[in-house]
Ligand binder design. Sequence first.
Ligand SMILES: [Zn+2]
Ligand SMILES: [Zn+2]
Length: 284
Amino acid sequence: MSTKRIDLHIHTIASDGTWTPKETVENAIKNNIDIFAVADHDETKNILETEKKAKENNIDFIRAIEFTCKAFDKEYHILGYDLDIDDENVQKRIKKTVQNRYLRDTKIVEMLVKNYDFDVSISEFEEFRKKPMTGIPSINYLKEKNIANDLKTYIYYKEQVKLSKDEDLPDVEEVIPIIKKAGGVAVLAHPSYYFPKSVMPTKQLNYFKDLKIDGIECYCNYNKPEENFKYYIDYCKKQGLAISAGSDCHGDTYKDRKFGEPYVTLDMTNIISRMKNYKYLQSE
Ligand SMILES: [Zn+2]
Ligand SMILES: [Zn+2]
């Protein structure tokens, strides 16, 4: 039995987290984390630097990414672990998603200018987005302009913008094979996200299983109350899927998503046994 503490879902400033690689590792030490993964949204920029710093401190590190994609007409997140981050298709997908996000941001502000009386303009937004910031510029802009102070309001405006298929997020059917072809393990992130205080119905879990997902993030803050962890674990055991765990910590942003919470030890998971390239740094 291994009591090593594990957290496979951390964001850095490469996406919308607040910590640099150095600060991420400092926080891993502070929280007594033995194994962790950086999984930035559609970004791999901070992987190598964090890995180097983690190894220097004798902490196990797993390379990862969190792909944004679409399923059931909504945004879903798929985690890729232990994948080749230099893989051509991985980097192509990242580039396209980043371009599309830029375009979508512009279109959101254009829509607001056209349809509403808010004090916003494209030229002002163009200047605003040049500033260094973490997170999505249109979210930050709408917050600063007091138009959308919470995510729900932001989504209300965002959904009024229609995108072509090529401009939109990739389908989950596209993303899972990209991860697997890059030698990685594909995991469904925070399945209860759309089912607060409840669980994703089996029918929907089956949909991801049929798309050859390798595992599920059974332990995560979204899946609380903790009784619900067992629902996902039982599903994984029954279907031969891997059990994973992650806090979805964004640094200091969300107080309910702390590094290492939920408290999970290595023996409560089995995801690492699916990873082909990863080797433990610390002895078992
Ligand atoms: Zn996510
Ligand atoms: Zn995340």
